[in-house]
Design a protein around this ligand. Sequence first.
Ligand code: GRF
Length: 195
Amino acid sequence: MLVSGSGSNLGALIERVHGRAATIAGVCSSNGEAFALERARAAGIESAVFALGDHAGDTSRRDLGMADWLAAREVELVVCAGFMGILTGGFLTRFPSRVLNLHPSLLPAFPGSHAIDDALAAGVSETGVTVHLVDEVLDGGPIVAQTRIPVDYDETPEGLRARIHAAEHQLLPAVVEDVARGALDLDDIARKART
Ligand code: GRF
C-alpha cells in the first residue's frame, strides 16, 4: 500500500482483508510522520519511508526505489490511499493495470486534493467515492468502482467527510477482496477503457 497520512483506509484493509483474501506485503509512505506507519507496525506489516527529500526531489528515482521495494515483496496489487503525489511512468510500467487509487468524489467530477470541499462548494446534491486504476493523469484512470453519497441540504464539511470516509472503508476492502478472489478483472477494465 502507498500512503502519506492517517491511514484509516489501511486500517480498514488490515481489519477486513489482511490475512484473509489477501496479504498486505508492505506499506510505503511518502511521509515519515504518517500515522499509517504506526498502523502497519501494530499489524506487523513491513513499512518503509520514501520521502522526496531523501531522493533530492527526484520523483522518478524515488518511485523506482519504491517499485523495487514492492517488487522484492512480490506484490500483485498496489493500492494508493491518501498517497500524495502522481506516480511517474517508470513506476506504473512495473505494475501494469495493477495500481489502484482511492478518491473521495465521483470521478471524473472533482479530481485533485480538495475533492470534498470542492463538491460542497459546487452545491452538488450527490458526491461519492471512487476506486480507479492509476495512470499518469491526476485522478484520471479507468474507474473500477464507485459509491454514491447524497449530500444533504444542510450538510457540514465534517459530516460529509465522515460519511465519505465511512464509504471508503467499505468500498476499498470490497474491491481488493474482489480482485484477490478473481471476481474483478483489472486487465479487462483497462482494456475496455482503451477501446
Ligand atoms: C482518503 O479520503 C482518500 O480518498 C484520499 O485520501 C484520504 C486518505 O485517508 N485520497 P486515510 O489516510 O486512509 O485516512
